[in-house]
Every structure is written in C-alpha cells, then in structure tokens.
Write a protein that binds this ligand. Structure first.
Ligand code: NAD
Length: 281
C-alpha cells in the first residue's frame, strides 16, 4: 500500500490512464485506485497493465487493464466503448504515454565536441523524430478527442497531461523530445482555453528527473557514484536530489480534485525539486 500524500476521495470516479504500464503512470494508477477510483489502465504492451490490474484487484481495489496504442484511433475508440461498458464515462483522463526516442537523440551535447562516428544533429533520423512527436503530442491529443467528448456532454471532467523539464528550456542531446514536450505544455493551455466553457479543466505536471530502471545505468556508475550527466542534473537542482514517482501524486491529486483545484486550469506544475527555478548560479 502506498502512503498517500493527500486525503482526496475519488470514490466512483472513472480515471483513464494511458501509458499506465510505465514507472510514473503505474504509480498514479495505484494511487487513484487506493483513493477509491475505478481505474482504466491503458498500455501498448497489455501484459503490463493486466498484471497491474490483477495486483490491484487482489488488494481490493478497482482496476482493469486494456491493451491499446494511443496513436491507433480505431483501437482507442474500441477501448473507450469497453471502458464505458465496464466502468461508465471517464471523469479524469491522464495522458501518460510518452517518452524519448534514441533515434532522435544526439550522442554529444555540443557539435564542436563530436568525434567521428558519433551521431550528431545532422544524423538525426527523421522517422525517429516523427515517431517521437507522434507519441508525445498526437498521443496526448487523440485520447483527449476520444475521452473528452463525453466530458463535454456531462459538463464536467479533468484532463492531466505530462510535460517535462525540457519543455521550459531544452535539454542537450534531445531536441525532438524537448520540442514535443513544449508542444504538450502548449496544448495543455490550448485545451484549457478551448474547453473553458464546458466544465472541463486541463492541466499538466512537469516531472523533474526520476531514477528508473531504464535510466539507472545512465545516471549512476557501477560503484553508485553519479555519472557526468547525472552530476550535471544534481548540480542544476538546488535541492541536489532526484524526484521519486510517488512524489508526483500530491500534485496529481490536487490538479485532479475538482474541489481543491476548481479554479485551476491551463497550468503546468513543475514537480522537480527546484530544477526549473534554478539558474545554476
Ligand atoms: P515509461 O517508459 O516507464 O512508461 C511509458 C509507458 O507508456 C510504457 O509502459 C509504454 O509501454 C507505454 N507506451 C509507449 N508508447 C505507447 C503507445 N503508443 N500507446 C500506449 N502506451 C504506450 O515512462 P515514464 O518515465 O513513466 O514516463 C511517463 C510520462 O512521463 C511520459 O510522457 C514521459 O515523457 C514523462 N516524463 C518522464 C520523466 C522521467 O524522468 N521518467 C520525466 C518527465 C516526464
């Protein structure tokens, strides 16, 4: 059981979470389930969310797993119908599917330091760039089209997108991921405005740097000391620390609670241990 940071009652609320098999969104799925919600966990690799749903149901919570690709319109429409039948209309949509793509990443921070054979800006793979933009931007827009329609009819609903630190100032090596997350922040403001008269609020969180199994080797040497990139992150964070996925729950619950955040729409909330606020000097 997770030690929930806020005592918000989501009993009966239908929470649809994409990318729910991942580090951040599986934590969110657990938190919402524990707070009483009916959680619909969607993931491209279905086995991840089926396992998660089984675990949560065994603990007495309500969760179903659905295999689906956020870029597959027909597939998402089918999942929408299935969730309607299983739980009813979506109250809270969390657009969590996203991430970087190594094909859209340079090997070096600076062009003048590139060595022969390394992937530079000029070698970025256009298909990789397109895939990355699709996943993060269209992958947020399309599920919103599908699930927010019911919200408009019901005159209430909440959408939470996931942006990133690189949306404020781009990080080196990842120009496409930075641009795509800036687009997600921008879309968050656009949706908040567009839906302003419908009772729907739309916000985002911008998580700081998490240590996950996927990036552990990039952040720490075998002896546990920080790698050069990791040291840069820590030196750029005034609190000199990483963020844990459970630390995203307080901000998530706040933004998704219609009472606490009734007048909050169109914001991107950094949950970053201070990274975005610090100039480094
Ligand atoms: P993750 O890789 O652990 O999880 C992403 C999940 O999305 C995976 O389970 C994957 O199977 C699923 N997925 C990928 N493509 C999909 C698709 N087309 N359709 C449906 N599901 C798909 O990533 P994470 O670290 O938990 O990140 C979640 C979100 O948070 C992403 O948007 C990411 O960009 C963002 N984010 C992560 C960090 C971080 O440090 N981990 C920081 C800031 C923002």
């Amino acid at each position: 059981m997770m030690d929930l940071p806020l005592n918000v009652d989501f009993t009966g609320k239908v929470v649809v979470i994409t990318g729910a098999g991942g580090v951040i969104c599986s934590t969110m799925a657990r938190a919402f389930a524990q707070a009483g919600a009916k959680v619909a966990a969607i993931n491209r690799t279905g086995i991840k969310v089926e396992k998660l749903a089984e675990e949560l149901r065994a603990e007495g919570f309500i969760c179903n797993g659905y295999e689906g690709n956020v870029l597959d319109e027909e597939g998402m429409k089918k999942i929408h119908e299935q969730i309607l039948a299983d739980f009813g209309p979506c109250d809270i949509l969390i657009n969590g599917a996203g991430g970087n793509n190594p094909r859209a990443t340079t090997d070096n921070e600076y062009q003048h330091e590139a060595k022969p054979g390394q992937k530079t800006f000029f070698d970025l793979d256009m298909e990789g760039v397109n895939d990355l933009f699709s996943l993060n931007f269209q992958g947020t827009l399309l599920p919103t089209q599908i699930f927010a329609k019911d919200m408009v009819e019901r005159k209430s609903g909440c959408i939470l997108n996931i942006s990133s630190m690189n949306a404020y100032i781009p990080l080196t090596k990842i120009p496409a991921y930075s641009g795509a997350k800036a687009a997600v922040s921008n879309l968050t403001q656009w949706l908040a405005t567009h839906f302003a008269g419908t009772g729907i609020r739309c916000n985002a969180i911008a998580p700081g740097f998490l240590v996950t199994n996927q990036n552990r080797a990039l952040l720490f040497n075998e002896d546990g000391t920080p790698t050069a990139r990791s040291a840069k992150i820590l030196n750029g964070t005034p609190t000199h620390r990483f963020v844990d996925s459970e630390e995203l729950i307080g901000g998530t619950f706040f933004l998704c609670d219609d009472k606490a955040a009734s007048a909050v729409t169109g914001v991107v909330l950094p949950i970053d241990a201070g990274f975005a606020a610090y100039s480094g000097v």
